[in-house]
Design a protein around this ligand. Structure first.
Ligand code: GTP
Length: 239
C-alpha cells in the first residue's frame, strides 16, 4: 500500500493501553513491549514522534462527569496525566539505549523541555525519539487531535493510531461477528461514519493536511516495523 518505507512518523498510543488488564496505572510489561516496538522502528532509520494519552490515569470528561470538577480542570488534569506517561515511556526507551526527548505543551521545565517545533525537528533529525506531552495544551481537545497536530507540524508522512484492534471495522469487532474490516477509507467517509478509532476534529485536521492515518494493533509483535518499514502487517488506512 506504500510506495516506500517511511522516513518520519508519529505514533499515537492510548493511555488506557498502558494500563494492561488492571485498567489503571502503568503496566511495566506493556511499557517494555512498546519500547521494543519503537526500537525496531528507530533501528530502520525511521524518525519517530510519540503521543500517549492519559486515560490510564485520568480522563478529562469522566473526571468532570460527577459535576464536582469542571470540564476545563478535568482536561488539564488529563494533560498532566499524559506527562506522567511520557516520562515513563522516556525511561523505558532510554533503558534499552534509545535517545529520547520529552516536549510538553504546558511548561513544566523541571520535568521536561517545552514544545518548540524547530527543536523537535532537530531532535528527530539526530535520531532521537520525541515524545510530545500535555496534548495541545488546551482543554476541549483530545490527545488524538494533539497527535495529528504534532504530526502535521513535524512533517510526519503518516500518523499511526496504535490500538487494541487491527484496523477499522464496520461495527465493533469485539461485539459483532459480522463486523467487516475496511482496508482503506477516505476522510469524508470516516467522518460520515464517525469511525470510533479517532475523533472528528483529529480526522478533519488530518484531511485538511493530507496526513494518512494508519490504524493498527499495537500488541502484535513487530507490527509497527512491518507496516511502516516493510509495508506488510495488518492495518486500515484513512486517506
Ligand atoms: P542538542 O541541542 O542537540 O545538544 O540537544 P540536547 O537535547 O542534547 O541538548 P540540551 O542541552 O537542550 O538538553 C540536554 C538535556 O536536558 C536533554 O535531556 C533535554 O531533554 C534536557 N532539557 C533541555 N531543556 C530542558 C528544560 O527546559 N527542562 C528540562 N527538564 N529538561 C531540559
Amino acid at each position: 500500500m506504500f510506495s516506500k518505507a517511511k522516513k518520519r512518523v508519529l505514533v499515537k498510543f492510548s493511555g488506557e493501553a498502558m494500563a494492561g488488564d488492571g485498567g489503571f496505572g502503568i503496566d511495566s510489561t506493556i511499557l517494555r513491549f512498546i519500547a521494543k516496538e519503537i526500537q525496531l522502528l528507530v533501528e530502520t532509520g525511521i524518525e519517530v514522534g510519540i503521543v500517549i494519552g492519559g486515560g490510564n490515569i485520568i480522563r478529562g470528561v469522566t473526571a468532570s462527569a460527577g459535576g464536582i470538577i469542571r470540564r476545563t480542570s478535568g482536561d488539564y488534569m488529563g494533560m498532566l496525566a499524559t506527562v506522567i506517561n511520557a516520562v515513563a515511556m522516556q525511561e523505558a526507551l532510554e533503558h534499552i539505549g534509545l535517545d529520547v526527548r520529552v516536549q510538553s505543551a504546558l511548561e513544566i521545565k523541571e520535568i521536561c523541555e517545552s514544545y518548540i517545533y524547530r527543536k523537535a525537528i532537530r531532535h528527530l533529525e539526530k535520531g532521537r525519539v520525541v515524545i510530545f506531552a500535555a496534548g495541545t495544551g488546551n482543554p476541549f481537545m483530545t490527545t488524538d487531535t494533539a497527535a495529528v497536530l504534532r504530526a502535521v507540524e513535524i512533517g510526519a508522512e503518516v500518523i499511526v493510531k496504535a490500538t487494541k484492534v487491527d484496523g477499522i471495522y464496520t461495527k465493533d469487532p469485539h461485539k459483532f461477528k459480522d463486523a467487516v474490516k475496511l482496508d482503506t477509507i477516505n476522510y469524508e467517509d470516516a467522518l460520515k461514519e464517525h469511525i470510533r478509532v479517532m475523533d472528528d476534529t483529529a480526522i478533519a485536521l488530518a484531511r485538511d493536511n493530507q496526513l494518512p492515518i494508519i490504524v493498527c494493533n499495537m500488541f502484535k509483535e513487530n507490527n509497527l516495523v512491518d507496516i511502516l518499514a516493510k509495508d506488510t502487517g495488518s492495518y486500515s488506512i484513512v486517506k
